[in-house]
Design a protein around this ligand. Structure first.
Ligand code: HEM
Length: 948
């Protein structure tokens, strides 16, 4: 079957042996004739992102072959996956899959798909009690083919328990399925509890490999010995030595506080990403507040704990810090923080299957206090308390309340005494998720509140023009009753608008933000594939894929089919909108075809729920996903403030980030206007995710509620502590678990593609020296097996010596914390702001949150969104607009956030006109094919940012 698929894909991609004609003919022929590699049956046989030599040569020539021996994924060295310099000389062109550049990009896409399929296969570990069924199967079905679980039933104490069927079979219907519910229940109508507020975070790694600090089994003990603990190595020492930004002129930075009166003469050095702006950093923060939270109303438990600044390794031995060392490090032993909230910590039970022993859940579990759905819950609420902060306009309850300021601008109202609030939120806008408020969050919340109201206005205008027309909406309680525009209630319109806003946000994130965060051609294609389908420009190929899936795999109960093939074929047709049309001949993956009769029926639960796929494991984010979103290095210490009306090319003030958090963020936005903050954050580059690039202000953040210690915390150290509290495996095992190659020494981090004497490589060596001092070395013992996730190339177990000779001194690479390891990954694919390890986590979970969500698949229909809302999401507004030219060789629609900004902040029209992607620094000349150059576009030559 795999071979069959290989030839099908080869045919579609034009990779037939007879058509390959260049110097690499022999290699390409071998690779095609051998068929595509088999999807691994065992964890230890995984792809690891590494290809055979002939495949590498076919897709990237000798350069790709040369770098196969390094741990990093091979596709980054294929042709045409970087900027113009990565292209092979000779003929090329659009959709030419036969020449080297086409083979490079297609090869990368195939590698990415393998990684997604294998991650779906090996990395799903539910913590809500279904894992045993996933492994053992149930009712004669393989676990990965299961679609319904008792654990996802609403419990008796849920107010909707009777409505979904109580003790009998549970099925959501009527009002409960019309729109996104407050707590996220009934997204999957047969698994009402899935993804709702308070469900356990899942895991992507085996249960017995997490919480390595507990040393719960011999393999974990072998891996780390006695070397690690909650505060071992010391998190503040890691923060200060490995993560602190160095300053060329400390006085001008003033520890992140800038100069008096926000003088533009201030300067805090930080390593900048030329292809991403500060808006992108806050966009991610805005997203994480939608997806997950560990805290309740901004707090953890009441119990406090210390945060390190007490010990460090000296010649490999842990020693207490002297007062002088504390002073030099500039850390604080008296920082205190509340302990993480743990939900269950009783010992999990075991079971046996296929001769192996498994835990039924993680040794400790934690709850996602947010809905896991991409439902804009940071705006609209995720429980009763957060909903009370969401203010609707009393004059038109379909709208969110916006208050007009004397400036004439409308903003969200502030929190009032009657609102549920943590005292440190005083002075902020009243929103569902107000914690860690920043000027960027204030910006996006106001923008999307305006967008909500603009959509309502557009709907009302349509209703006024055609009051008796069918608006597309239906009430599932009376599915055949047409709802005319004039009859839509305020509540119905409010909820439909929420659906539209959530889908717009998901589209922005998938097609605009991620394609800039991962700025290269394969990622542009694959992210657009998640949305529109990889083969949208190949209608014939798509039809073939859809038919095969519908006939063979879509309803299959065979676990392999249900997981592997679903994913690969969805990459052809797109995840968004899967199952939202049903035709007699292809019921699962059909895309809109006006020539056919659409049988989709709101009264048929199989149609309502038909497009989703959880791959046998109920959806929630895994703890590992939270970890890879700890992106605090992106935030600069000083914000470069510009005034649109004066001179957009001039920075008028350098405002310390500290002056733009919590209530001050709200005031800043009002004083400066969304337009000025838009251009300021739109033009400024964000911080690279790398070592010694964390913001000083976050290392010294005053937290009023923690007055019993120093009153401050080091958020950068806290990132490390929280990961350890949540049981994230350390970096090397994390990679092995995710199907990536392990490292065998700290030197593996160094990017060997750089010339030996280049300044970058010298700097990398310097940083690796510090890493070695902080994490240390030990004398290895080749008798100790340290992992079950992978084996060596010769099938021998991986031992403590990691291939070095027994008894030699080796780096403590196993102990490196995930956040540190990710920041140390210097070798990255072109245009990757994040590391390949982080990306591996996204490949799995970013697709899953689309695959699992009814409102992005079979429920993306006018019956829920209204016809206007459905079109609004597809067209990025009232009508589709096409961008001028062919950015990076593609004709593209004007991207969705650019459209939202044009609508909600019309003052930005001229500034936004030349912008292609709203997350690319707005005044940058994007140059040719995925260029990362830092050059001004026409009209921005006088912008001083380009000379700094
Ligand atoms: C003004 C800016 C920011 C401040 C003051 C801030 C502050 C904090 C604090 C204090 C925590 C720790 C909460 C705890 O576990 O007790 C935290 C967690 C976190 N932050 Fe930030 N942050 C900021 C910006 C960002 C940005 C830009 C991102 C992403 C790009 C981000 C991502 C995260 C994530 C993923 C967590 C973990 C959340 C959880 O455990 O549920 N933060 N932040």
């Amino acid at each position: 079957m795999v071979r069959g698929l290989g030839f099908l894909v080869a045919a579609i991609l034009g990779l037939s042996a007879c058509s390959v004609h260049n110097a690499d003919l022999a290699d390409c022929t071998t690779y095609v004739v051998a068929g595509f590699r088999k999807i691994a049956d065992e964890r230890s046989q995984r792809f690891l992102g590494k290809v055979q030599e002939d495949t590498a040569r076919c897709r990237g020539g000798e350069r790709a072959v040369a770098f196969r021996s390094f741990p990093w994924v091979d596709w980054q060295n294929y042709w045409a996956v970087g900027d113009s310099a990565s292209k092979a000389p000779g003929p090329s062109g659009e959709h030419v899959h036969l020449n080297p550049n086409g083979r490079g990009v297609d090869g990368a896409l195939l590698d990415l798909e393998y990684q997604r399929i294998e991650s779906i296969r090996f990395n799903l570990f539910d913590n809500n009690g279904t894992f045993e069924q996933y492994v053992q199967g149930r009712d004669h079905l393989d676990g990965p083919a299961l679609k319904v679980w008792d654990q996802m039933r609403l419990p008796r104490n849920n107010p909707f328990y009777p409505a979904v069927g109580g003790d009998g079979p549970q099925l959501c219907r009527g009002e409960l399925i019309r729109a996104r519910t407050l707590t996220g229940i009934c997204n999957d109508i047969r698994n009402p509890l899935m993804g709702s507020t308070g469900q356990m975070f899942a895991r992507n790694v085996e249960f017995d490999t997490i919480f390595p600090e507990l040393g719960n089994n011999p393999v974990v003990k072998n891996r780390h010995g006695e070397r690690i603990g909650l505060l071992k190595p010391d998190p503040q020492v890691i923060s200060r030595r490995l993560l602190t930004r160095t300053q060329s002129d400390p006085a001008k930075c003033n520890n992140g506080q800038g100069l008096p009166e926000n003088s533009p003469e201030a300067n805090c050095d930080y390593k900048k990403a030329p292809f991403l702006n500060v808006l992108a950093a806050f966009w991610v923060q805005f997203m994480t507040h939608d997806w997950f939270s560990h805290l309740v109303e901004g707090s953890n438990g009441t119990e406090r704990m210390t945060m390190g600044c007490t010990t460090q390794l000296e010649a490999g031995v842990e020693r207490p810090l002297t007062a002088e060392q504390v002073r030099q490090l500039n850390c604080r032993p008296d920082d205190r923080i509340d302990k993480a909230l743990i939900s269950v910590e009783t010992e999990p039970s075991n079971f046996k299957h296929g001769g192996k022993e498994y835990l039924t859940r993680a040794p400790k579990t934690t709850e996602n206090k947010n809905t896991a759905w991409w439902d804009a819950s940071q705006v609209y609420g995720f429980d009763e308390t957060s909903r009370r902060r969401v203010k609707r306009d009393p004059d038109d309850p379909a709208k969110l309340l916006l208050v007009e300021e004397p400036s004439g601008q409308a903003y969200l109202p502030l929190l009032q005494g009657v609102d549920p609030m943590n005292p440190q939120w005083a002075g902020q806008e009243s929103v569902a998720f107000p914690d860690n408020w920043s000027v960027g969050l204030s910006f996006f919340h106001n923008v999307f509140a305006r967008e909500h109201n603009l959509f309502v206005d557009a709907f009302r205008a349509r209703a006024a023009a055609t009051p008796d027309a069918d608006c597309g909406l239906r009430n599932p309680a009376a599915p055949s009753r047409v709802i005319h525009y004039k009859d839509v209630t305020e509540d119905e319109l409010f909820e439909a608008t929420r659906l539209v806003i959530a889908a717009e946000i998901a589209k922005i994130h998938t097609t605009e933000s991620t394609t800039q965060l991962l700025y290269n051609e394969p990622l542009f294609l694959s992210m657009n594939a998640n949305w529109h389908g990889l083969l949208k420009d190949f209608p014939q190929a798509r039809e073939v894929l859809e038919k095969i899936v519908a006939v063979n795999f879509g309803r299959s109960n065979d676990a392999k089919d249900a997981t592997q093939w679903y994913s690969v074929f969805a990459s052809g047709s797109g995840i968004f909108g899967l199952g939202n049309h049903v035709y007699a001949d292809d019921p699962v993956f059909a895309k809109f075809d006006p020539a056919k009769k659409d049988l989709w029926d709101l009264a048929n639960p199989d149609h309502v729920n038909g497009g989703i796929n959880h791959f046998g494991s109920p959806f929630n984010f895994p703890e590992e996903f939270v970890s890879v979103y700890r992106l605090h290095s992106m935030v600069p210490d000083l914000l470069e403030y510009r005034d649109l009306k004066l001179d957009p090319n001039r920075v008028n003030a350098k405002i310390p980030m500290l002056e733009t958090v919590r209530g001050k963020a709200t005031q800043m936005i009002r004083d400066g206007s969304l337009a000025n903050w838009g251009i300021s954050m739109g033009r400024q580059r964000l911080g690279l995710l790398t070592l010694q690039n964390s913001p000083a202000f976050l290392q010294n953040l005053a937290v009023p509620r923690l007055s019993d210690g120093s009153g401050k915390i080091d958020v950068v150290a806290l990132d490390i502590i929280r990961d350890r509290e949540h049981g994230i495996p350390r970096f090397n095992e994390f990679r092995r678990q995710y199907g990536l190659k392990q490292l065998t020494s700290f030197d593996d981090f160094i990017d060997r593609r750089l010339p030996m004497d280049s300044p970058e490589r010298t700097e990398q060596r310097r940083l690796i020296g510090i890493l070695r001092e902080v994490y240390g070395q030990h004398r290895c013992d080749a008798a100790k097996v340290i992992t079950k996730a992978q084996v060596n190339d010769n099938d021998a177990p991986i031992t403590d010596c990691l291939g070095h000779s027994d008894g030699s001194m080796i780096d403590n690479i196993e102990d490196v914390d995930v956040v540190v390891g990710m920041l140390t990954e210097f070798a990255r694919p072109h245009g990757f702001a994040i590391s390949e390890t982080q990306f591996q986590v996204f490949i799995l979970n970013a697709s899953r949150r689309l695959f699992s969500d009814r409102f992005f698949t079979s429920g993306f229909r006018p019956e829920f969104y209204t016809q206007l809302g459905y079109d609004w999401v597809i067209n990025n507004g009232a009508e589709k607009m096409i961008e001028k030219g062919m950015p990076n060789g593609h004709q593209i629609e004007v991207m969705p956030l650019k459209r939202v900004l044009m609508r909600t902040i019309p003052e930005l029209a001229s500034e936004l006109a030349p912008v292609i992607n709203a997350f690319d620094p707005w005044a940058r000349d994007r140059g040719e094919y995925y260029s990362l150059q830092w050059k001004p576009r026409n009209g921005a030559e006088s912008d001083g940012a380009f000379t700094r």
